[in-house]
Design a protein around this ligand. Structure first.
Ligand code: NAD
Length: 485
C-alpha cells in the first residue's frame, strides 16, 4: 500500500499514528497516511524560522524565483501522477482531473514567479519639518513561517494558491493538506524535496484539524501567518488561536451563491452555465450556485431545462468522455449533504429531480455518490436556502422584479460569489454593485484569472488573496528612511 509520510527539514518522517485514506468512488483503501504529531510540527516550525529569517529569506528574488520555477517545471513533469492521485482521493472523472487541479496548480507556480519578479519597491524623496531632506524606500521582506491549511475540494490548486506566493516571497511554508486528499500534495512535496530549496523552508505535515496537526500549527506562537481555505466554522476557530498571538490570517471560506436569471437572459447560455455551476465537481466548488432566482416569465422554461440536464448527468463513470460527475468526497460529507436535502419536503419544498443516493449494484455502492438534485417551493429562510450544502444541489425560486431579487440574493450571511444572466450590460453592472459578494460572473461561471483579487464578503472570507494581494499578504513591508541632506 502507498505510504504517505511527512517531510520535515529535508527528511521523510513516519509516525506511529496513521490512518487509511479510502476512495469515495468505491471505498477501497488508497494510502496509509502518517499523522504529524506536535513534536514533529515543532521541529518543522523551528527549521522553518531559521530559513525564513536566514538564507532562504535573504536570497535575492531572482535566485529564489529560479528555484521555484524549477519546482514548477518538475511538477509539470509529474502531471500524470497528479491526475492519478487526484482521481484516487476524490473519485472524480478523468476529464475533470486532467484539466483542472494539477495543471492549473502547475501554471500557478509559474504565474507567481513572473509576478514576484515584477514586484517593485516604493520610494519617495521628501523634505522634513526642519529642512531635513530624506529618501524612503519601502521593500517587502518575508513574513516568516506561514501555515498553509487547505481543503479537499480542489486539493492541489488550493494548496499551491498559498504555497507559491509564500515561497517566492521567501517564507518558510508549513503545508497541511486535508485529511481527505493527501496524495497530490505529497507529490508536490517530493518535487520540492528534489529541488534546490533549503531543507527547512518547506514542510509537509499531514493530519487532521482540531487536536491534531491543523491546530498544532494554528496555535503555534512561532507561526507568523496563516493562509486557510475551508469552512467558516473552522475559520473562526483558527482566528481565535491566531488572535492570542496577533498573527495575520487570510481566509477563503464557504458560499451560498445566488444566480439571477433575468427575463432577457440567453437561455441556452444560462442553462449550459447553470448546469456547470450547480453540478461541476459534484457541487463541491466554493463558487457553485446553490440558490437560483429566475424571472417569473422564464421560471417554467428554466426549471424544466435544468431538471432535464440534472436527470441526464452521467454519474460515476471515471472514463466518460464529456461532462459527468463523481462522488462527494466522503460518506461523512454525504451525510451532511443528505441531512440538509432531507429538510426540503419537511419545509414545504419538492424535488424536480434527485434528492437521494443513487444505486449502481456494484462496488460504487460503497462510495459516496449523490443524485443531482433540483428543488423548488422553499421560502428564502428555509434550511437549504441558508446552509451551504457543498453538493450537487440547488433550489430554484421565481421573482417579479430587480429590486426584489437583489434583496433576496443578499439574504444570506455568506458573500462569496453570484452569477447574473442578462443581455443588458448596464443592468449587469448596476445589479453587480448591489450584490454583497466578492466576485460576480456575468453570462459565465468560473472563468477566472487566478491572479484577480478574491475577497469574500460576510462569513465567506477574511482579507484579500489572489495575485499581487497574495504576494502582499505573504510579506512584511519594511520602510528604510535615509538622510540625504
Ligand atoms: P474544513 O474547514 O473542514 O477543513 C479545511 C482544512 O482545515 C483541512 O485541512 C482540515 O484538516 C483543517 N482544519 C480543520 N479544523 C482545524 C482546526 N481547528 N485548526 C486548524 N486546521 C483545521 O473544510 P473542508 O470541508 O476541507 O472544505 C470545504 C469548505 O471549504 C467549504 O465550506 C467550501 O466552501 C470551502 N472552500 C472555500 C473556497 C474559497 O475560495 N472561498 C475554496 C474551496 C473551498
Amino acid at each position: 500500500m502507498k505510504e504517505i509520510k511527512n517531510l520535515v527539514n529535508g527528511s521523510w518522517h513516519s509516525s506511529i499514528k496513521t490512518w487509511e485514506k479510502t476512495s469515495p468512488f468505491d471505498g477501497r483503501v488508497v494510502a496509509r497516511v502518517h499523522e504529524a504529531d506536535k513534536a514533529l510540527v515543532d521541529e518543522a516550525i523551528a527549521a522553518g524560522r531559521k530559513e525564513a529569517f536566514g538564507a532562504w529569506g535573504n536570497m535575492a528574488m531572482p535566485q529564489r524565483v529560479a528555484i521555484v520555477r524549477n519546482m514548477a517545471q518538475r511538477l509539470s513533469a509529474r502531471v500524470d501522477d497528479l491526475i492519478e492521485a487526484d482521481m484516487a482521493d476524490t473519485g472524480r472523472p478523468y476529464w475533470q482531473a486532467s484539466n483542472f487541479d494539477g495543471r492549473r496548480a502547475t501554471n500557478l507556480f509559474e504565474g507567481y514567479c513572473d509576478l514576484a519578479l515584477g514586484l517593485e519597491n516604493r520610494s519617495k524623496n521628501f523634505v522634513g519639518p526642519a529642512g531635513f531632506e530624506g529618501l524612503w524606500i519601502s521593500q517587502r521582506r518575508p513574513k516568516g513561517v506561514i501555515a498553509c491549511i487547505a481543503p479537499w475540494n480542489v486539493p492541489l490548486l488550493m494548496m499551491v494558491l498559498k504555497v507559491a506566493p509564500a515561497l517566492v516571497m521567501g517564507n518558510a511554508v508549513m503545508a497541511k493538506p486535508s485529511e481527505e486528499t493527501p496524495s497530490s500534495t505529497s507529490i508536490l512535496a517530493e518535487v520540492i524535496a528534489a529541488s534546490d530549496i533549503p531543507d527547512g523552508a518547506f514542510a509537509l505535515l499531514n493530519g487532521f484539524g482540531r487536536d491534531s496537526t491543523g491546530s498544532f500549527l494554528s496555535e503555534h506562537p512561532d507561526v507568523d501567518a496563516i493562509l486557510f481555505t475551508g469552512e467558516p466554522g473552522t475559520g473562526s476557530e483558527i482566528m481565535r488561536s491566531a488572535a492570542s498571538n496577533l498573527r495575520e490570517v487570510g481566509m477563503e471560506l464557504g458560499g451560498k451563491n445566488a444566480s439571477l436569471v433575468f427575463e432577457d437572459a440567453d437561455m441556452d447560455l444560462a442553462i449550459e452555465g447553470s448546469t456547470r455551476s450547480v453540478f461541476f465537481n459534484c457541487g463541491q466548488i466554493c463558487f457553485c450556485t446553490e440558490r437560483i432566482f429566475v424571472h417569473k416569465s422564464r421560471f417554467d422554461e428554466f426549471s424544466a431545462r435544468l431538471t432535464h440536464a440534472g436527470k441526464n448527468i452521467v454519474i460515476g463513470e471515471q472514463n466518460h468522455d464529456g461532462f459527468s460527475i463523481g462522488p462527494l468526497v466522503s460518506k461523512a460529507h454525504r451525510e451532511k449533504v443528505y441531512s440538509i436535502v432531507q429538510t426540503v419536503p419537511k419545509e414545504g419544498g419538492e424535488f424536480l429531480c434527485g434528492g437521494g443516493i443513487p444505486e449502481f449494484g456494484d462496488a460504487r455502492d460503497n462510495g459516496a455518490f449523490f443524485q443531482p438534485t433540483i428543488a423548488i417551493g422553499l421560502a428564502d429562510n428555509a434550511t437549504m436556502m441558508q446552509e451551504e450544502t457543498f453538493g450537487p444541489v440547488a433550489h430554484i425560486s421565481s421573482f417579479d422584479d430587480e429590486d426584489e431579487v437583489i434583496v433576496r440574493a443578499n439574504n444570506t450571511r455568506y458573500g462569496l460569489a453570484a452569477t447574473i444572466w442578462t443581455k443588458d450590460v448596464g443592468r449587469s453592472l448596476s445589479v453587480s454593485q448591489q450584490l454583497r459578494v466578492g466576485h460576480v460572473w456575468v453570462n459565465s461561471w468560473q472563468i477566472r484569472d487566478l491572479h484577480s483579487p478574491l475577497a469574500g464578503a460576510g462569513i465567506s472570507g477574511v482579507g484579500e488573496v489572489g495575485g499581487r494581494s497574495s504576494l502582499e499578504f505573504c510579506s512584511q513591508p519594511q520602510t528604510i528612511t535615509v538622510r540625504v541632506k
